[in-house]
Every structure is written in C-alpha cells, then in structure tokens.
Design a protein around this ligand. Structure first.
Ligand code: FAD
Length: 444
C-alpha cells in the first residue's frame, strides 16, 4: 500500500511541475477568463494523464503488479486514480461549460477578446487542421464526459452487481479513445514542443495501446490456461466449496498465497486464492465461500469435467520475510491463503515459527478438522477463534497468545474492515508498518 500511496503525489507533482515550466504564469493577467484558459488546460492534462495510467493498470501486467506489490493493490490504485480523474474532469467541465453557464446567468461578463486570432494560424498547417476540428472535439469531450459520469457511478455503487459493472466498465476504453481525440485537438499546440507535451504524448500512446488490448479482450490472455473440474466437495456448515481444477500440467505454478481468476463457461472471471501448494500434476485447489450470486450457485451448477479457465497466478502475498516468527490471521475464507503455505511447510524445512489465528463465524467440524490436522503437520500453532462465542479478535488478544510478537511480522487475509482495524491497532502497538502484510479480498 505504501507504494501506491506514494504514486499519486509523485505523479501529479511531476505533471504539475512540467506544466508550470510550459506556462508563463508570471505574465498571466489576474482576471477570470485568462485564468480559466490555463486551468482548463491543466485540469485536462491531469485528467488525460491519469486516465492513461488507469488504462495501463487495467491490463493486469505482471511487471506492474510486482512493482505495486500485488494485483489487489494495483486495482486499489486503479480505483483511486479513477476517482481522481473524475474530480479533474469535473473541474475541467466546470471551466469549460460552467463558465458559459455563469455568463448566461449574468454572473460573469463575457470576455472581450477571442484569444489567439484564427487568422494567425495557417489553415493548411497541422495546427490549422487541428483548429478546424475544435468544434467536433468539444462535442466529443462533452458527451464522453456524460457517459464517463454514468460509468464511474456504476463502478462506485456497489449495489450494482459485478457482471453489470464488468460489462459496462469495458466501455471505459471507448470513452478514453474519445478523450484522446478531444485532447489531441484541444491541448494547447505549443505544449507538444515541450516536456509536458512529450510526457502526455507518451502516456496517451500507452493508454491507447492499453485500451485497444482491452477492447480486443486481450487482458490477462497470456496468463490463461484451460482446465476442468477435477473434483469438488461442499462443506455444508460454513458454505465453503473445495474445488479442484485439473490443468493437465498446463498450470505454470504459483507461490503459496497467490490467487487466480477462475472462469466457468458463460460466467465472468472471479478471483480466488490458490489453496493448494504448487505440485507437478498441475492440479490447483480453491476454497470458495458462498456469499453472493455466483458463489451461491456454484456448488449446484458444476459437475466433474466441466471446463474452467484459470488466469494467473497473481499476488505478492508470499510469506517472504526475514523474521523468525510469523503471525498469520485469517478472517473467514481468508484461511485459503494459509492452507497452501501449510501444505508446503509439511514437506519443507521450516525456518520460522508460526501462530495462526483462524477466525470464523460458521465453524464446520470437518473443515476445522482439516485445518487442525494440516497445522499440526506443518508445525503451525493454530488458534481457532469462534467469533460467535469469543467476539471479534483484536491485536491485544493476538499478542497475548503469540510468542515473541515484537520480533514477528503479521500476515493477514480476510475482510477489509478487519484488516484496517488490526493494521491500526498493531501500528499503535509499535509494529513497523512494513511488517503488516495483507491481501485485499476486494477489487472494486
Ligand atoms: C485477491 C482476492 C482473493 C480472493 N480469494 C478468495 C478465496 O480464496 N475464497 C473466496 O471464497 N473468496 C475469495 N475472494 C472473494 C471472491 O472473489 C468473491 O467472494 C466472489 O467473487 C463473489 O462473487 P459473487 O458473485 O458470489 O458475490 P457478489 O455478492 O456478487 O459479490 C460479493 C463481493 O465480491 C466481489 N466480486 C463479485 N464478483 C467479482 C468478480 N468477478 N471479480 C472480483 N470481485 C468480485 C464484489 O465486489 C463484492 O465485494 C477473493 C477476492 C480477491 C480480490
């Protein structure tokens, strides 16, 4: 999370610096319309640059994932940038259309001059061509803005179900390409000869490439393998489906704690943590909790042999640390991230001791038996926490029960609110922020 928190101020700071260098702000007259003109350009640049990065992040590129410390963090940045771009576009819209409304309502005087005279632009030059397209570019920008507002609202209102969100979100690429046309025509021509223009041009090229990949359905294509349902078992008390997918040795392997997108025929991809350790047979196992439209139906709708596409592996929740003790905290189905690691520890020489806190609201005796036995074989100290009887687990209770917590790092997998509460509490107890590792089970 630290990396993605740094990205935004650094990125916006750099854009601002390059823009200030390109504008002669000292000579700017202190009146509404000249200020409007430069700020319209500034907000447009920020919006376009931000959207280009958003397009790139949507591609799920592995090098970027590594850089940002996991796909969940990368999607978090994608979301923050999405909200930022909305703010920039609203500001841009205000300077453009809002100012016109203010004039119409008599709140502002109409500007006297018309800016740079059209006659000074050679109509046969490239600049002249761009000038002739201004009107179309303005209309495209305005309509793109209205569609974008709708798409962002769909993305942010979580009540709108995921398949609708996914389908409509693909239209973002089309809107982005419309904004590219708008920007190429309307960005101040002199910027293209300066670092701000070069930087924006590079971002736009990257953004166009990314949006075309997205429209062609190429996202994650290289990381996909075709598999089939090998076996499955449903734990009735906790509504967890234990699904094993065979890939005929096609699966490239994974690190314990990583996840994959699982797609059944005619369904949208869903991310699930890989619950099994890497193995030579290419089988990959998942623990899937029934919590919504897709996962509720899954147990009843699949049969052995059904085709399944796996895409991955993704994620940087890999248990790599230099401490000699680790505290693992699993909130509900977050336990899936730890089962793979425990399987691996059964066979490997263990270099550090582990306390595992498994919090559950719906303990299933057979599932718990499986976790207990795995923990025992892996030499992991299991603390089963029945939330119904013991209430929510907190950081104080964790350190009371763990040996040498101060020299440990914490690995958390589970709901966002639980993660935030623990992170905050451990922070107050003096645990270095870099020692709290977590996987967000939320992408939207
Ligand atoms: C990195 C990661 C690892 C995960 N690992 C596991 C796991 O091991 N076991 C497990 O049971 N769950 C896991 N989840 C959660 C799981 O993806 C959702 O519970 C599942 O997709 C819900 O789908 P639904 O239609 O049944 O539920 P809904 O009620 O439609 O959605 C419930 C929640 O899941 C999210 N969601 C729904 N569909 C998708 C989708 N196609 N892609 C991404 N998010 C979606 C929604 O935003 C919502 O927050 C993981 C999530 C992430 C991000």
């Amino acid at each position: 999370m630290r990396r993605i928190k740094w990205f935004m101020p650094v990125f916006f700071g750099l854009l601002t610096l390059l823009w200030v260098l390109a504008e002669n702000l000292q000579l700017l007259p202190w009146s509404y319309f000249p200020i409007r003109k430069v700020l319209m350009q500034y907000s447009g640049i920020l919006a376009m640059a931000t959207m280009s990065i958003i397009m790139l992040l949507a591609l799920r590129l592995k090098p970027l994932e590594k850089l940002l410390n996991g796909l969940d963090k990368s999607y978090r940045l994608h979301k923050w940038l999405g909200i930022s771009s909305l703010v920039f576009i609203l500001i841009h819209w205000f300077w453009t259309k809002g100012s016109k409304y203010l004039v119409n309502w008599g709140l502002l005087d109409k500007p006297g001059g018309k800016g740079r005279m059209l006659s000074s632009i050679d109509a046969s030059s490239f600049e002249g061509l761009l000038h002739s397209l201004r009107h179309s570019a303005e209309s495209v920008g305005e309509w793109g803005f209205y569609v974008l507002l709708l798409l962002i609202a769909i993305a942010l209102v979580k009540k709108i179900n995921y398949p609708i969100f996914l389908t409509t979100h693909k239209l973002m690429s089309v809107v982005y390409l419309l904004f590219v046309f708008h920007s190429l025509v309307l960005l101040k021509f002199s910027y293209w000869q300066q670092p701000i223009g070069w930087f924006v041009a590079v971002l736009i090229i990257i953004g166009c490439w990314a949006s075309i990949q997205s429209l062609l359905g190429n996202i994650g294509q290289k990381n996909k393998v075709q598999g089939y349902v090998e076996s499955f078992h449903f734990y009735k008390s906790n509504h967890v489906l234990n699904l094993s997918v065979g890939t005929s040795k096609q699966w490239p392997g994974h690190e314990c704690g990583q996840f994959a997108f699982v797609t059944f025929l005619g369904q949208e991809p869903h991310p699930f943590t890989i619950a099994s350790m890497p193995n030579s047979s290419g089988s990959v196992r998942f623990h899937i909790k029934a919590i919504g439209d897709f996962t509720d139906r899954l147990n009843a709708s699949i049969k052995v042999g059904d085709p399944v596409t796996l895409e991955g592996p993704y994620g940087c929740f890999n248990f790599k640390s230099k401490t000699d003790h680790q505290i693992w905290v699993a909130g509900g189905i977050g336990i899936a991230a730890f089962t793979a690691r425990m399987e691996a520890l059964v066979n490997a020489h263990q270099t550090c001791s582990v306390d595992l806190f498994y919090c559950t609201q719906s303990p299933d005796p057979i599932f718990i038996q499986y976790i207990s036995s795995l923990a025992k074989q892996a030499n992991v100290k299991l603390h089963l926490w029945d939330v119904n009887k013991q209430g929510f687990l907190n950081a104080k209770q964790i350190i009371e029960k763990s040996m040498n917590w101060a020299g440990s790092d914490v690995w958390f997998c589970g709901p966002q609110s639980f993660s935030s509460a623990l992170q905050h509490a451990f922070d107050e107890l003096g645990l270095d922020k870099s020692k709290f590792h977590y996987e967000l089970f939320q992408m939207r």
